[in-house]
Design a protein around this ligand. Structure first.
Ligand code: ATP
Length: 259
């Protein structure tokens, strides 16, 4: 996937707002990239644009060599809230995408059942969303996004609403899933620990207008789990990230004081 020179300007009642300013990054197929940055720096806007939800924009976004102009089945998205269909069972929520793409009910249910096993919800295939915990609902949302076998999976703070323990379990589950699905993943988070545990590369964005400030390779061995949080190589990377973020926070603070 390639994002080149992406700029997004919103008309607001205080004039034009440059939300994203000439953002470029390439993500080779199968790479896991996390985007971090201060609130309002344009992380969600970048993700929504790759999902084909934010138009118009300037620049180019290519998935598998073809330009993104609208939502497409090979680009899946998971939001902070699961947004499940409350009237459909877990299986039917997950089978919905394949059904929309013309698969028979039998084929779509088989795809759903595979994914239900992958996210560890076999006992809940016939349950309705309101009977599941937040973490389980989010696992259904991830399975649903994977049901069309996307080449790119976009995740916007998918674990942001979960408690710390559930979040750690979800991160480990996503790492296991990632090894099986081979999709490119672009994951937005506020949480530096989450970004380093998950990513091959962390992109740090500046305060608005959003730009890519720094890219850090995460050369930590895989398979990974939350257990790496105490290792020296991990702590050194976290320090690098925090130094960049702290310097940027200070710069943005001084700038806002001058204007
Ligand atoms: N539809 C819109 N109309 C006007 N302004 C918008 C719109 N969508 C986003 N913005 C503005 O664009 C900027 C970037 O917003 P965005 O939600 O992408 O930031 P973010 O980094 O994801 O923030 P957070 O981490 O708080 O979710 C913000 O200043 C926001 O107010």
């Amino acid at each position: 996937m390639q994002v080149s020179n992406l700029s997004i300007v919103f008309d607001t009642n205080r004039g034009q707002l440059i939300a994203v300013d000439r953002v470029s990054f390439d993500v080779p197929q199968g790479e896991f990239v996390c985007i971090v940055g201060p609130s309002g720096c344009g992380k969600s806007t970048v993700l929504n644009t790759i999902a084909g939800l934010e138009v118009p924009f300037e620049g180019n976004i290519l998935v598998d060599g073809s330009p993104v102009r609208r939502p497409r089945p090979d680009v899946g998205m998971v939001f902070q809230q699961p947004h499940l269909f409350p009237w459909k069972s877990v299986r039917r929520n997950i089978a919905h995408g394949p059904r929309m793409l013309g698969k028979s009910a039998k084929e779509a249910n088989a795809i759903a059942d595979d994914l239900i096993a992958m996210v560890g919800l076999k006992r809940f295939a016939d349950a309705f969303p309101n009977t599941l915990s937040g973490g389980m609902q989010q696992r259904v949302a991830i399975a649903r996004a994977l049901a069309n076998q996307p080449r790119v999976l976009l995740m916007d703070e998918p674990f942001g609403a979960l408690d710390a323990q559930t979040r750690a379990v979800m991160q480990d589950n996503l790492l296991e899933l990632r090894d099986r699905i081979k999709a490119t993943i672009v994951f937005v988070t506020h949480d530096i620990d989450e970004a380093i545990v998950l990513a091959d590369r962390v992109l740090i964005m500046s305060a608005g207008p959003g730009r890519i400030l720094r890219q850090l390779d995460v050369d930590l061995p895989r398979p990974r789990s939350n257990a790496i949080l105490l290792e020296p190589a991990y702590l050194a990377l976290k320090k690098d990230c925090l130094d960049v973020i702290r310097a940027e926070g200070l710069r943005a603070f001084r700038q806002s004081d001058e204007t």
